[in-house]
Design a protein around this ligand. Structure first.
Ligand code: T3D
Length: 261
């Protein structure tokens, strides 16, 4: 069924909701393809100026649907192939999208579900949500960029402990440690996430996208390379219509009306 991802566009925000609540929104191939299609649309459709990703029901995402992985059903898979075919393209789409990706973690985020949340640009979580590197419980290795993002965001000691023990991490602590932007009351999560998404979608999309690119590039650049990159990206941002509008609005003492170009 094609309802595994609910998708709607309003106010420049493409809302993508993981929608397999009976399975805590764990991934099967169909949901992978539908989510990928959503992010591909975000890349290609200029009407989309921010993506808001969340989950339906009580969980955000429990990672891979393990019912597709039951060896008792005679299933024998090359997991490297499924990572290459499904998870890696999704993570690349999220990171390379030059528009803000907001994630509203409405409940438990386990396995790939947790690491997808950490790959988004701004992640808010309901206070009751928890993040679990569930991989080690079933003999697997963190994927979806987890071995890259965890040590960078929280350092090797915490990254290793989370990954090796699969101990659940509450939303507050995830925010204190810098894994996510903030933990908010369960009742206000979606209002806050929506308001932030609408605010960013009305922003200077070009400049926001270049900002995302610059910050991500810092992970592998030297200081000098980063200074050069800032020069190049500032040149590009400075040629945008939104920069002109921003400066004129400043002098006219009014709110800028950005068009995203
Ligand atoms: O295979 C590859 O392609 C490699 C890629 C791997 C990527 C990965 O993400 S590997 C990690 C896979 N995920 C997990 O190992 C997490 C498994 N789930 C859990 O550990 C727990 O469900 C949670 C900690 C996430 C939540 O616990 P709890 O107690 O809140 O809920 P629950 O009762 O365990 O789950 C509720 C239902 O969802 C339940 O179904 P039922 O009994 O009511 O019919 C449960 O079976 C189902 N469910 C939860 N997670 C999954 C799942 N069904 C299939 N796959 C799941 N991952």
């Amino acid at each position: 069924d094609s309802d595994t991802i609910l998708s709607s566009l309003a106010d420049g925000v493409l809302r993508l909701t993981l929608n397999r609540p009976d399975k805590l929104n764990s991934f099967n191939e169909e949901m992978h393809l539908a989510l990928r299609a959503g992010f591909e649309r975000a890349h290609n459709d200029p009407e989309v100026r921010t993506v808001l990703l969340t989950g339906a029901g009580r969980g955000f995402c429990a990672g891979q649907d393990l019912s597709d992985r039951d060896p008792r059903k005679g299933v024998k898979l090359d997991l490297g192939h499924t990572i290459e075919t499904f998870y890696n393209p999704l993570l690349r789409l999220i990171r390379s999208l030059e528009k803000p990706v907001i994630c509203a973690v409405n409940g438990v985020a386990a396995g790939a579900g947790a690491n997808i949340a950490f790959a988004c640009d701004i992640t808010l979580a309901a206070r009751s949500a928890r993040f679990i590197q569930a991989f080690s419980k079933i003999g697997l290795v963190p994927d979806s960029g987890g071995t890259w993002s965890l040590p960078r965001l929280i350092g090797e000691a915490r990254a290793k402990a989370l990954a090796l023990t699969a101990e659940p991490l509450g939303a507050e602590k995830a925010a204190d440690w810098g894994l996510i932007w903030k933990a908010v009351d369960d009742a206000t999560l979606m209002d806050e996430a929506n308001a932030l998404a609408v605010q960013l979608a009305a922003g200077p999309t070009k400049g926001l996208g270049l900002t995302k690119r610059a910050i991500q590039a810092a992970a592998s650049n030297t200081f000098d390379e980063q200074l050069d990159l800032e020069r190049d990206l500032q040149r590009e941002a400075g040629a945008s219509a939104d920069y002109a509008e921003g400066v004129v609005a400043f002098f006219e003492k009014r709110k800028p009306e950005f068009t995203g170009r």
